[in-house]
Design a protein around this ligand. Structure first.
Ligand SMILES: *Cc1c(COP(=O)(O)O)cnc(C)c1O
Length: 237
């Protein structure tokens, strides 16, 4: 292992310890899954992470993600798309993504539905897991993407009805400034309402480096952790 791999190993262990402690504190038997967010970091780091047993990685830009996925075949990685996505990129994303966690409008769901059918014809790939990204900002001025909570039901129906798409659950980013506990409690309520109509859509993707403990407390099934494992990234994008 090179020095960077050792560093990643240490940071990964520290994050895992936090997840275990938070799960115990919350009385959870099953720990949430870890998606390591590798955006802005080179494919070599993704490869090191794979060597450390990481299987799930997250990216937020199609150009960067598709290049890394092409560079790293055969590592058994699952790529999770977590960024705002233009409908015209759907065709590219379904070539490598295991999930799209940022489905926030009907047009995008339609574009993904069309793209996945074609990809399945060509490669026989499995269905695409789709998470509905929910906006927990009351203030529409600050835009980090996401559907309004009131729009989740209809969007869920359209994803669930589309062959090739699997409705996995919900995803959210805690709003800046507020308490993440409040945001994730609200998300848990939105998830419960969604599961009444779609019992299988039980995934909750929530929690980043700063707020993973709050997310674990409120039932997150997937955590998306970047900087606490890979280090800080350039402040762009
Ligand atoms: C970058 C990003 C993360 C990871 O955030 P960190 O603070 O680096 O852990 C998680 N989710 C989304 C949607 C992101 O864009």
């Amino acid at each position: 292992m090179d020095e960077r791999a050792l560093q990643l190993q240490d940071r990964l262990a520290a994050v895992r310890a936090r997840i275990t402690a938070a799960s115990r504190a919350a009385g959870r038997d099953v720990e949430p899954g870890l998606i390591v967010v590798t955006k802005f970091h080179p494919a070599a780091d993704v490869s090191r992470l794979a060597g450390l047993g990481i299987r799930d990685v997250g990216e937020n830009r199609d150009q960067e993600a598709s290049a890394k996925a092409a560079e790293l075949p055969g590592l058994g990685l699952r790529w999770h798309f977590i960024g705002q996505l233009q409908s015209k990129k759907a065709k590219s994303v379904v070539k490598y993504a295991h999930s799209v966690q940022s489905v926030d409008r009907p047009q995008l769901a339609e574009a993904l539905a069309k793209a996945i059918l074609r990809a399945q014809e060509e490669t026989g790939r499995p269905d695409l897991d789709c998470f509905i990204q929910v906006s927990l900002d009351d203030d529409a001025g600050e835009h980090r993407g996401g559907a309004a909570p009131a729009a989740v039901g209809q969007l869920a129906d359209s994803i669930a009805e589309a062959p090739g798409l699997r409705l996995a659950g919900v995803m959210a980013v805690a709003p800046l400034g507020g308490r993440p506990e409040d945001a994730f409690e609200r998300l848990a309520g939105i998830s419960a309402a969604l599961r009444e109509a779609h019992p299988g859509a039980d995934a909750i993707s929530a929690g980043m480096s700063q707020d993973l403990e709050a997310a674990v407390l409120h039932g997150a099934t997937h955590l998306r952790i970047g900087s606490d494992i890979l280090g800080s990234r350039p402040a762009v994008g």
